[in-house]
Write a new protein. Structure first.
Length: 407
């Protein structure tokens, strides 16, 4: 069986496995805390929450992927007729895509009250055969009083001809204006990702962004692009992560997701791929993007990385090794601590499709939970685009405080 046929078979198996699996309105349940940790729900009712930024007075800002509803399309998809790198089309099984304006950025105060800062942001929903993932605001950063959002649901291949993927400034009145056009950047980039791959993303599916070393840094999962962006909009491509890892390991096409900075290095996690059971890892990347080293293995579906004040790494996994078909278990996510010998100690288990992790100023970690896939599955394809069940969880450790991520 060819690799593409194998992927299609697994997708159909996944569709069959989750058909008729109802998620109750009380979903998701509170995860189980281990190692003396405690967990509580800070906020709920979010629309596919993704990245989180620290705000003043104990507040948080959260990016939301929205509620745009995809369509269910079985194989075969249309032939791959346009294989140009700057095409404005996505192919099956990711497509057909549905463009919308349901993305948001919200503010959560220290008491857990949620207020929408910006809404009607460009969004897209993918083929519900593969989960109907929604993309819009993927990550947020606050620099002083200036709020920035990384938008991943725009661009012409996502149904938005006049609105690019990129970094947008969010003004106090809710207006969102692009600072840099990352769709245009990718369209002119000759990276190593094969444009004939049906999952190739012309506009990218940008996931994480941080503020460090006086600039913004962002990572694109599908094509492994790592960029530095100044507030004036000047963009430098620092690394082709797929190519960099291909040089040392030969397996760089791993879907690059989580991003954080510690000291003079970045740490980047990989989701993995469906044909490897979403086996992921964490890599350490030099500040200039020239050197990359794998530092943690044995992970699955990495979507978040953070550290505590004594230097221990914590990794958020959105799935587990034993989940088959992959991503079919809405209780397989977990937060783990990486010990000095490389072993993994569970801190939280039973997370439902978590998507991001951040270390707060108050010594707690914050996790976005139910960030994708939390649909009403009483019918299949899902009758409702979302249960609007997204959460931000607050996690306190028993023996150390989290190390805040802003610098």
């Amino acid at each position: 069986m060819s690799s593409r046929s194998n992927k299609i078979a697994r997708l159909l198996w996944l569709a069959t496995a989750i058909a008729g699996t109802a998620i109750a309105q009380s979903f998701p349940p509170l995860p189980v805390a281990h190692e003396g940790a405690t967990v509580s729900v800070l906020a709920t009712g979010l629309h596919d929450p993704r990245g989180v930024a620290l705000g003043p007075a104990g507040s948080l800002y959260v990016a939301e992927g929205g509620t745009t509803e995809g369509v269910f399309t079985l194989p075969p998809g249309p032939p791959l007729t346009d294989l140009s790198r700057d095409r404005c089309v996505m192919y099956w099984p990711v497509a057909p895509v549905v463009g919308g304006y349901t993305g948001r950025v919200s503010r959560i105060d220290a008491s857990g009250n949620v207020s929408v800062i910006a809404d009607e942001l460009p969004s897209v929903a993918l083929n519900t055969l593969i989960g109907g993932d929604r993309l819009s605001a993927a990550s947020v950063v606050l620099i002083g009083n200036r709020l920035y959002a990384l938008i991943a649901g725009a661009g012409c291949s996502h149904g938005h001809a006049s609105e690019p993927n990129g970094i947008y400034r969010i003004y106090p009145d809710g207006v969102a204006q692009p600072v840099v056009d990352l769709s245009n950047l990718l369209r002119g980039l000759n990276d190593v990702k094969d444009a004939s791959d049906p999952t190739f993303e012309p506009d990218g599916s940008w996931y994480s962004m941080v503020h460090a070393f006086g600039a913004l840094y962002a990572v694109e999962p599908n094509r492994g692009t790592f960029v530095r962006v100044t507030e004036a909009g000047e963009v430098t491509v620092l690394a082709d992560l797929i190519d960099a890892v291909n040089q040392t390991e030969g397996d760089g096409d791993q879907t690059w997701t989580a991003l954080t900075r510690r000291g003079n290095h970045f740490y980047i996690g990989t989701l993995g791929r469906i044909n490897t059971g979403f086996a992921g890892a964490v890599y350490r990347l030099s500040r200039d993007g020239s050197q990359i080293t794998r530092v943690v293995s044995g992970l699955h579906g990495v979507v978040g990385i953070a550290f505590d004040v004594i230097g221990r790494m914590y990794v958020l996994e959105t799935t587990a090794a034993e989940v088959d078909p992959p991503l079919s278990d809405p209780s397989a996510g977990r937060l783990v601590r990486v010990e000095r010998d490389g072993s993994l100690t569970p801190i939280l288990t039973g997370l439902a499709f978590p998507t991001a992790l951040i270390a707060g100023r108050d010594g707690a970690f914050y996790v976005t939970n139910c960030g994708y896939g939390c649909n009403d599955r009483s019918n299949f394809p899902a009758a409702l685009p979302s249960l609007r069940a997204g959460q931000v969880l607050k996690v306190k450790l028993a023996d150390a405080n989290a190390a805040r991520r802003d610098y």
